[in-house]
Each structure stands twice: as C-alpha cells, then as structure tokens.
Design a protein. Structure first.
Length: 267
C-alpha cells in the first residue's frame, strides 16, 4: 500500500490483534494452571499452600483481564472508512501481487479467473460468484482464491450455449421466422436482458457474470448446439460504445469486448 495508507492495512491490524489474543491465551493458561493448584490444595487440605495459591490465582486473573483489555482496545480499525475508501480492494490486489496470484479489477468486480469477486462492505464479506465468504484477511482470502483457480471450472459450455440459442431464437422470431439459420446478428445485451427478464434475475446473474461466461464459452471450443447450429460472436462498430457491449477481464489481465451473437445452420 502507499505510505499514507499503511495505517489502514487490514492485514497489519489483524496481525496485531492476533498477537494480542495469543498473549491473552497465554494469560488464560496461567489462570487455568493457578486454579488447578488452588483446587489441589483445597482437595487435600494443604493449608500451608492454600492462601499462596489463592493469591497466585488472583494475580493471574488480573493479568488475564489486562491482556484482554489490551486486545480489545488494540482493535481500532475504522472498518466503515476502510471499505468506503476502497482500501480493502486495493490491499487485496496488492496482496495478490505479492503472492503471485492474478487478480484484476473492473467496474465493481474483482476478476480472479474463473471466479468473480464482489465486495459486500455492509455485510463484511465478499461474494465469490454466488457464495459468501467471510474470511477477509487479505492473505487468507487470496490463498483461498488461489485454491479456487487450481480447480476445474464448474462452467458447462454446452448448457450455456443452449441457453444463448434459446434467447437468440426468441429475439430473431420477432423479426421473422424465415431468418433462422441465416446468421442474423443479435446484440448480446439483448440476449442477456431476455435471460434475466424475471424480477430479481439481473441481480442474481449480473452482466459481469454473463460476460465472463461468454468468454468461457468462447475459449471452450464448443460452437455447435444440439440441433447443429453454429455460434459466432462477431465484432461490430457497436464495440465502440460501452453501453452496447459486454466486457470481461481475461486471466492475462486484458480486456476483451463482445458485442453480438449469431447462429448459422451447419453445412
């Protein structure tokens, strides 16, 4: 992080808190040990050692209370400001760079191929695709994302292609059924709007996720539907207008832009 951001490092704040809690745990162990000594003296009636054991236990409890107070007061991170000012995303990106994990930012998403990460500041968690993750320590979260990268993507290109074809045919049918299979280009965003037509679906399946899935389909090599129609993702002058395209960050950190989709009859 920049020098002026060092004071708001979540990683550093958590490391300090962890150290304070470790000290409190050691103090708690001392309390447990002194109480066992106290109990042993009581159990056998060792009156000579009884009062010293009480004093030692009381001293240990005082030490534990102080260590807990230190841990409590030591956690002084302004969480609201930390998230509101974008420090979390910045620290996560920089932590990933140090750990050699590729994470890139676009709009309000973090791309860690093939996962999409969204910060839900109000909930104090991140949304990895559709799963909430509450382990926010940057080094821990980046390590988790690295594990996800090593797994095979759950994306099923064949099923996604069929969904695209269904939406595409619905749109083309409105222009004339005789146009099927002729390679008519339809805007991908029009297909997306159709796929998320029901209330709440656009929230459950964002444009960023749609763009990521288009990219995964593009690189999968799957091009033909069950009925034998072949897909293409043609570019257009429309790619000059951000409002008419879908954009994705690839695993190499490059922006890839898609505009339209068409299906033609094989052969």
């Amino acid at each position: 992080m920049q020098d002026d951001d060092a004071a708001v490092s979540l990683e550093a704040a958590l490391a300090r808190a962890e150290s304070d809690v470790d000290a409190a745990l050691k103090a708690a162990a001392t309390v447990a040990s002194s109480l066992k000594t106290f109990r042993a003296a009581v159990h056998v009636g060792n009156l000579r050692d009884l009062r010293p054991a009480i004093a030692a236990a009381e001293q240990a409890l005082t030490g534990l209370r102080q260590q807990f107070a230190n841990a409590k007061e030591g956690w002084d991170l302004d969480e609201d400001a930390y998230f509101a000012n974008g420090f979390f995303s910045r620290e996560l990106l920089q932590t990933a760079q140090r750990m050699n994990v590729r994470i890139f930012e676009q709009d309000d998403r973090l791309y860690c191929y093939p996962a999409l990460v969204r910060v839900l500041a109000d909930e104090r968690c991140v949304l990895i695709d559709k799963k909430r993750e509450r382990r926010l320590r940057p080094s821990v979260l980046v390590d988790h994302l690295r594990d996800l990268q090593r797994r095979l993507p759950r994306f099923k290109p064949e099923a996604f292609l069929e969904a695209l074809y269904s939406g595409y045919t619905t749109i083309v049918a409105k222009r004339g059924k005789d146009l099927f299979g002729q390679g008519i280009v339809v805007k991908l965003l029009d297909v997306y709007d159709l796929l998320t037509l029901l209330p709440g679906q656009a929230r459950e399946y964002s444009r960023q996720e749609f763009a990521r899935d288009i990219y995964l389909l593009d690189r999968s090599g799957v091009t033909a539907t069950k009925r034998g129609y072949v897909v293409s993702l043609p570019a257009s002058t429309g790619t000059r207008s951000p409002g008419s395209t879908v954009r994705v960050i690839t695993e190499q950190g490059e922006e890839k832009i898609y505009y339209g989709i068409s299906f033609t009859a094989a052969g």
